[in-house]
Write a protein that binds this ligand. Structure first.
Ligand SMILES: Nc1ncnc2c1ncn2[C@@H]1O[C@H](COP(=O)(O)OP(=O)(O)OP(=O)(O)O)[C@@H](O)[C@H]1O
Ligand SMILES: [Mg+2]
Length: 147
């Protein structure tokens, strides 16, 4: 497993780190993103999406917990499990079982601790952890199971 640490000083910096990761994606990967509220998990996903060729705005999934974006060759599934915190395992019906592992899809999951078990057990997983340092600075740790 490869681990890399990046220090960023703006949202754009963080999105630059994300675009470098995007260049290494083949499809079928699950990316889990941890870090406090406002750490920059969605900002990272925006950088990822842009680098994958998604047109239009990537914002937080709200009602459906999942948003699907079409990139130039891969589709990006943006999942936010925050609202599943107090939901029983059997009621976490995200409907992702059928698409996980599909080589046309990148799945990006915020708040993976609250995600259904099958998502957490999927491989390969790339883990992005974003720590808040101050208003503009973040420390991003990427653990990549593929390397
Ligand atoms: N270095 C940085 N990297 C990322 N975001 C930054 C940075 N500096 C400031 N920001 C700001 O921090 C905020 C991050 O918000 P974002 O919605 O991405 O957080 P989040 O981790 O997805 O939170 P939530 O758990 O609520 O979904 C944005 O307003 C962004 O502009
Ligand atoms: Mg978010």
């Amino acid at each position: 497993m490869k681990q890399e640490i990046f220090k960023t000083e703006s949202k754009q910096d963080t999105q630059e780190v994300a675009s470098k990761l995007a260049a290494s994606l083949h499809g079928g990967e699950v990316i889990i993103a941890t870090g406090d509220l406002g750490a920059g998990k969605t900002a990272f996903c925006q950088g990822l999406g842009r680098a994958l060729g998604v047109k239009g705005i990537i914002n937080s999934p709200t009602f459906n917990l999942i948003k699907v974006y079409q990139g130039s060759t891969l589709n990006l599934y943006h999942v936010d499990c925050y609202r599943l915190e107090n939901v029983d395992e059997e009621r976490k019906n995200l409907g992702l079982e059928e698409v996980l592992g599909d080589h046309n899809i990148i799945t990006y999951v915020e708040w993976p601790d609250y995600a259904p078990e099958y998502l957490k057990e999927y491989h390969p997983i790339i883990h992005i952890d974003i720590q808040y340092i101050d208003e503009e600075r973040r420390e991003i740790t990427i653990q990549d199971e593929r390397q």
